[in-house]
Design a protein around this ligand. Sequence first.
Ligand code: GRF
Length: 205
Amino acid sequence: MTKRVKTAILISDRGSNMQALLDACKQPNFPAEIVLVLSNNPNTVGLEVAEGFGIETHVVNHRDFSSRKEFDAVITKVLEERGVELVCLAGFMRLLSEEFIQTWRNRLINIHPSLLPAFTGLNTHERAIERGVKFTGCTVHYVRHEVDTGPIIAQAVVPVLAEDTPDTLAARILVEEHKIYPHALKLVASGAVRVEGEKLISISS
Ligand code: GRF
């Protein structure tokens, strides 16, 4: 089997996207292996789920640090000690420093519950309903300093229904998130795509 890309997942909460990635990585010949799940939140159920998969977990609690820079530097150290090559943010609810984003440039990906570049930031589903858009969805992208920007790797479109509440819309989008995140990880880890300028290029084999 070809070498698998050593990947870490950073979470803050329930970790359903993390679970979708862990499930995908169990497949033989998947090009990534999850070597670590790291959380800033010591009490999240996601850590227990990861342990159930037999994955090493680690907590770096942001409350133990007086600055974002120090917190991020410890995360980088933990990742480097394990030889991590690629980092997936999956509901990691801390803003990351310029240094961290630079260190992991083009090796750091995120999932966001909207069709970027629309609805960056929080409360995406409320805002999509309020704005009256007919379609929204989810996006996996490389991380850049400006929040929820960066080259787009994969997207899925979800219709907004007249009767939708933020919760019903979030639930339908989450189903798609669980499909596109493993798909995007596969594209990146297999080398099927790369970043050129600020755009994703497919590599033909
Ligand atoms: C997801 O909606 C993801 O798009 C956003 O945070 C949420 C995390 O959910 N970044 P989960 O922890 O993966 O269940």
